[in-house]
Ligand binder design. Structure first.
Ligand code: C2E
Ligand code: MG
Ligand code: MG
Ligand code: MG
Length: 288
């Protein structure tokens, strides 16, 4: 009885796993063709200064519209791309496309591009960044690379050397998803970051959950102490925004301030003629 049941359960898992593996292999295969098939797009999400709600730049996020399956989330396909190595091609495409786009703007707004741990450990990232900056003509200080802590665990020395070479180009570095990785504090001291991004899981419940509030307060204090600007990710409500302003957080990003969208939505901002930014980006003008 029990044995038969056990076999049944085993077969169930086997079947579930089989589907999983097949699906993974399919995604892998299709990912390799995503660039030639023109299935990739970039979306841009505003990053704003908190006290003035002035727009500082955008985070660049990758989107994949699969020929038959429709939109697939980066949280699904990025890990697959990392495992099969195709992230190197995707990552290069993202960097090149984003830098070319930003270089064409009238306003010198910043762009923040996510970089995978696989790219970081691949060896030629600094050379690639340098070549792309030269080719596109983007000023290095307008480019920021977002790196998560998990990217720093493997091969500390190599990660450090790579990040130092990138910084030497004049490119900025942000620590993404801060607070969710390992040994955050020693990483902050060891690596040459220019900004901390507080993970959205803490920001989400900041107005209702005393523990989240305490954690955000502590991270903001830590950043201040280290003289690093700090950005809160995933701001979804006016209350969250108010809390962050009160706590003297420097920058924010989130659905409340603007959802990620194609650059066409932001043309009037990036191509506006006025020299200094009188344009205030805030909830009053956010795109819904
Ligand atoms: P991330 O770098 O932490 O990016 C922030 C994610 O939070 C994005 O999800 C963004 O759309 C979402 N987000 C922004 N504001 C809000 C908000 O107010 N509420 C909620 N619920 N979500 C918000 P997305 O675009 O699905 O990307 C997920 C993750 O995939 C990214 O997390 C990043 O780790 C990775 N990713 C995306 N594009 C790239 C890329 O070009 N290269 C690499 N290596 N990874 C990427
Ligand atoms: Mg990011
Ligand atoms: Mg993040
Ligand atoms: Mg994330």
């Amino acid at each position: 009885e029990a044995k038969a049941e056990g076999r049944g359960i085993f077969r169930f898992f086997e079947a579930a796993m089989g589907t999983h593996l097949r699906e993974r292999r399919q995604i892998e295969h299709d990912l390799r063709h995503a660039i030639p098939r023109d299935e990739l797009r970039l979306v841009f999400q505003p990053q704003t200064r908190l006290n003035s709600e002035e727009i500082l730049g955008f985070e660049v996020l990758l989107r994949w519209r699969h020929g038959t399956r429709g939109d697939i989330s980066p949280s699904v396909f990025i890990p697959v791309a990392e495992e099969c190595g195709v992230i190197l091609q995707l990552g290069e495409w993202v960097l090149r496309t984003a830098c070319a786009e930003a270089a064409s703007w009238h306003q010198p707004l910043a762009i923040a591009v996510n970089v995978s741990r696989v790219q970081l450990h691949n060896g030629n990232l600094p050379q690639l960044v340098q070549e792309i900056l030269a080719t596109t003509g983007l000023a290095p200080e307008r480019l920021e690379l977002e790196v998560t802590e998990t990217a720093l665990i493997k091969d500390f020395d190599r990660a450090l050397a790579t990040l130092q070479q990138i910084k030497a180009l004049g490119v900025k570095l942000a620590m993404d998803d801060f607070g969710t990785g390992y040994s955050s504090l020693s990483n902050l001291r060891a690596f040459p970051f220019d900004k901390i991004k507080i993970d959205q899981s803490f920001v989400r419940s900041v107005d209702s959950n005393e523990q989240s509030a305490t954690i955000v307060r502590a991270i903001v204090g830590l950043a201040k102490g280290l003289n690093l600007p700090v950005l809160a990710e995933g701001v979804e409500t006016a209350d969250e925004l108010r809390f962050l302003c009160r706590e003297d957080c420097n920058e924010a990003q989130g659905y409340y301030l603007g959802r990620p969208g194609p650059i066409e939505q932001f043309r009037y901002l990036v191509d506006r003629e006025t020299a200094d930014s009188e344009v205030v980006w805030g909830p009053s003008q956010r795109i819904v």
